[in-house]
Ligand binder design. Structure first.
Ligand SMILES: N[C@@H](CCC(=O)N[C@@H](CS)C(=O)NCC(=O)O)C(=O)O
Length: 212
């Protein structure tokens, strides 16, 4: 088996790469690291990624990290099904949406809301979580409005932009239903009711297995 993937359970960045590999039908040897044992900070792992972060993909002697870079690498090696469009215009649009997702939606949703909630920081960080939640709702509305007009984030085809967004929104759906999120009245518990176009996109993209 050529590919080896290093990942941590619950890591949305790892899940992004797993989704792409699944879509492209690529097998890999799985290396699940235990963050509790700091397996992502061992000298052996830091030799692969000096930042000590997952995902990391190894392809023989070639090692690559950063989830979106891994997607781009896999696309070059396995162009079908295409995740970065077929024409220059499509590729540009997919990259634009992917960067929008990673630079804006991820910051507000994953970093500002999901991460502190799953780390159990609701009590000490309630004000910053509430502030981020307002921003996150703005980013969700942006996606919901896009999906009112087209089936996928970059248009008619499922693309890297969708792969990039899915772990972000799934993390929010899970954390947003939790007791802490409900107690802080963050407004994510009726996700499907509030963001119906995103809910439909999730159902469309996952064959109805999105868990909404
Ligand atoms: N920009 C990187 C982010 C990687 C990242 O932050 N990974 C997290 C897991 S989702 C991690 O390894 N955290 C462990 C740590 O920072 O110690 C990517 O897209 O791959």
């Amino acid at each position: 088996m050529a590919y080896e993937l290093y990942w941590i359970s619950g890591s949305p960045n790892s899940w992004r790469v797993m989704l792409a590999m699944e879509l492209k039908g690529l097998a890999y040897e799985s290396h699940r690291l235990d963050p509790g044992k700091r397996e992502h900070k061992t000298p052996e792992f830091l030799a692969l990624n000096p930042r000590g972060k997952v995902p990391v993909l190894r392809d023989g002697d070639f090692v690559i990290f950063e989830s979106i870079a891994i997607l781009a690498y896999l696309e070059q090696k396995h162009p079908k099904p295409a995740l970065f469009g077929a024409t220059p215009e499509e590729a540009g649009h997919v990259w634009q949406r992917t960067f929008e997702v990673m630079n804006y939606a991820r910051d507000a949703v994953s970093n500002g809301v999901v991460r502190p909630l799953i780390r159990g920081e609701a009590a000490q960080s309630s004000e910053s979580i509430k502030t981020s939640a307002v921003e996150a709702h703005g980013e969700l509305q942006w996606v919901d409005d896009i999906l009112a007009d087209v089936p996928y984030l970059a248009g008619d085809q499922f693309s890297a932009a969708d792969v990039s967004y899915m772990p972000i929104v799934q993390g929010l759906i899970r954390a947003g239903r939790g007791d802490d999120a409900v107690r802080l009245a963050l407004g994510f518990d009726d996700f499907g009711g509030r963001y119906a176009n995103i809910a439909r996109w999730l159902a469309r993209s996952t064959g109805g297995h999105a868990g909404l």
